[in-house]
Ligand binder design. Sequence first.
Ligand SMILES: O=P(O)(O)OC[C@H]1O[C@](O)(COP(=O)(O)O)[C@@H](O)[C@@H]1O
Ligand SMILES: [Mg+2]
Ligand SMILES: [Mg+2]
Length: 336
Amino acid sequence: MTQSVNLTRYLVEQEREHGVITPQLRLLVEVVARACKRISIAVNKGALGDVLGSAGTGNVQGEVQKKLDVIANDVLIHANEWGGHLAAMASEEMDTVFPVSEHYPRGEYLLLFDPLDGSSNIDVDVTIGTIFSVLQIPKNTTDVTEQHFLQSGSKQVAAGYCVYGPQTQLVLTVGHGVAVFTLDREQGSFVLTERDLQIPPSTSEFSINMSNLRHWAPPIKRYIDECLQGKDGPRGRDFNMRWVGSMVADVHRILMRGGVFLYPWDQREPNKPGKLRLLYEANPMSLLVEQAGGAATTGSQRILDIVPTSLHERCSVMLGSREEVELLQRYHAQTV
Ligand SMILES: O=P(O)(O)OC[C@H]1O[C@](O)(COP(=O)(O)O)[C@@H](O)[C@@H]1O
Ligand SMILES: [Mg+2]
Ligand SMILES: [Mg+2]
């Protein structure tokens, strides 16, 4: 199914139908999409473009940066630092916020991103992606600080990701459902291929890194154990498992055919609430999942309600098909 509606036309339609998009926000989303196209080209070149392997540097989270982490970050920064629609940016790969230069006109939006999600899969040619989130601040705010970014996920005015797999797809919400665009490489444009994505409410497929089993909290152990018992256990049906190891690919599968994704708190780092980052991983994915009729929780709280206290804050993540997420919430409620 390919309708000839491109990203710009879709955004103009959303502007007309719902009035939720300003021309600046439309431009911003278009610039992010253009940057993703460039990243997609770099990803496709692989060894021929000298983009594989380690950059020899580390980020604020103490992770080794891959060359593509740095390249994707630079592409997003350079594409967005001019144009008048942004006030500042924040990224997994940058310690602090990046205010748009005072030499350029400043806008009222904040852009947050995980430039390259699934870094451990880059060198093995497995699906990776870019995740982004857009927040708003009052017009003409001077001295944008980290504090301006510390808004709950429910305040996002747009969120999405671009997945670099067998196809390059852009999945976007501007607050009225979720749309999927596929990159037409001949035309060089993102073409709308699914208008109102819906996650099936029930599923028999879960997604978790099973190697962490011994570190999980009791509600997660119980949930997964019951799934593994299949037809013979309390769930009364068999479950399948998938774990790509790129959140963007695992969540994409769940948006396309249902499922539940879990990266919960575990005992390896007991003082951290989880592995995944709230502002540029959990929040944009949670908004997409909710807009597609699914749910997203930490186990005890709706992710989109968390009020962040720092830029690189982490959180526990359980999201996807509504019935499974609700069951996980019930199991967590029973242990408190
Ligand atoms: O290797 P693990 O512990 O299973 O973690 C996998 C998770 O880590 C991540 O790769 C973290 O993202 P980055 O690659 O952006 O750091 C997620 O995409 C993925 O779900
Ligand atoms: Mg990531
Ligand atoms: Mg990353």
